[in-house]
Ligand binder design. Structure first.
Ligand SMILES: [Zn+2]
Ligand SMILES: [Zn+2]
Length: 372
């Protein structure tokens, strides 16, 4: 008789006589030793008992698990089927076990003082995972799985939880008429009503939708979210190097699409996207919190004659000045401008040039040098 069985003899005998199946019997001592399975632990117990003339076979219907382990193949097949067509580098299988079974198991642990027992969920996860693995064509990942197949053992249905994908880049916005993100209708909050002409939103499109809708189609996800490094007003363009952002696609069926194609299909006369690349979830907070240096260009048109020296003097006086920023805020559905007093911004360098009278020349200049 193996030592661990000898040491747990009376408990093991009582549990075997209850008619537990080999899985459940072995699992009551599942954390003892390695390199074996709960089934084999159960068989070893029954063999040891038989040697001393005790006949304690498994019951036809296991009083603990209700023979759930007979369905392992079915669970594994259901998980494999549910994962079909979902691209991922790894996976994990989880299970939802009938609460009564979990409760009964706990009562046995307490009744017999079983300190080395393994929970049924852990055994089911592992055994279904082992059976499914050869058909998944990808490794198991316990810490950060890209896809979790959750098997409900009561009905053998499987729900799939897919980690989002995150694509970072920088965008330019050439239009003064579209917002950065979707702006839901304040009356119907997206359902569609007379106020928004049934669109559910205040603007036909946004930087988010221009790239997000294409990405959603290419990736086969359910929703897109846009995390920009700061926001800008609708009527401000975003030129130059562009503003960093992260696009999040939930429940993606693909994780690797051609980002050059995404750019090609997204870029239009309203917005353009550069330097698209994949990032991890952690990048989102980094992008949102980062305080980027901004370059503003203010273009002032004056009527009549202007004293050039005086203008330059006034402009340069802004150097290193603190400015109060008023940031847009959506409160009670009304967009108001709110004074942001906690974080006055320090204006750094200021430059000034008087560009002459010809508005066309001014326009040319702007398009070459304007950034942010
Ligand atoms: Zn059982
Ligand atoms: Zn509406």
């Amino acid at each position: 008789m193996e030592e661990w069985i000898y040491e747990n003899h009376d408990k093991a005998k009582a549990l075997a006589e209850m008619g537990l199946c080999d899985h459940c019997l072995g699992r009551m001592f599942g954390k003892i030793g390695t390199g074996t399975t709960n089934v084999n632990r159960g068989l070893d117990i029954r063999e040891a008992l038989a040697e001393e003339g005790v006949d304690a076979p498994a019951a036809e219907f296991c009083p603990l698990c209700e023979n759930v382990f007979e369905l392992l193949d079915r669970f594994a097949d259901a998980a494999v089927e549910a994962m079909d067509g979902i691209e991922s580098d790894n996976f994990l299988i989880g299970t939802r076990v009938e609460p009564e079974i979990v409760q009964r198991e706990k009562e046995l642990w307490e009744q017999y003082g079983l300190e080395q027992a393994e929970p049924i969920k852990a055994e089911l996860n592992r055994e279904i995972g082992k059976l499914a693995l050869p058909k998944m064509h990808r490794p198991v990942e316990f810490k950060n799985p890209q896809v979790v197949a959750l098997v409900d053992t009561r009905f053998a249905d499987v729900s799939i939880d897919i980690a989002p994908v995150f694509i970072a880049g920088r965008y330019n916005k050439f239009s003064r008429e579209i917002p950065q993100t979707i702006w839901p209708c304040r009356v119907c909050h997206g359902k569609g009503c007379d106020h928004c002409h049934g669109k559910g939103k205040m603007y036909d499109t946004s930087v988010q939708e221009i790239i997000g809708d294409v990405a959603l189609e290419m990736i086969g996800g359910t929703e897109h979210f846009f995390h920009g490094m700061g926001r800008e007003d609708i009527d401000a363009r975003m030129l130059g190097d562009g503003r960093p952002f992260v696009l999040e696609i939930s429940s993606p069926r693909k994780r690797r699409i051609d980002l050059d194609e995404l750019k090609r299909r997204s870029d239009n006369e309203l917005a353009a996207f550069q330097d698209l690349h994949y990032v991890q979830r952690e990048a989102v907070e980094r992008y949102k919190e980062a305080a980027a240096d901004k370059v503003y260009r203010v273009h002032v048109l004056a009527e009549g004659k202007v004293n050039k020296e005086a203008v330059i003097e006034v402009a340069l006086s802004f150097k290193n000045a603190n400015i109060d920023q008023r940031t847009p805020d959506v409160r009670e559905g009304v967009r108001v401008r709110r004074r942001r007093t906690q974080h006055p911004e320090l204006l750094g360098e200021t430059r000034c040039a008087v560009q002459g009278r010809d508005p066309r020349r001014v326009g040319d200049q702007l398009s070459r040098t304007m950034r942010d």
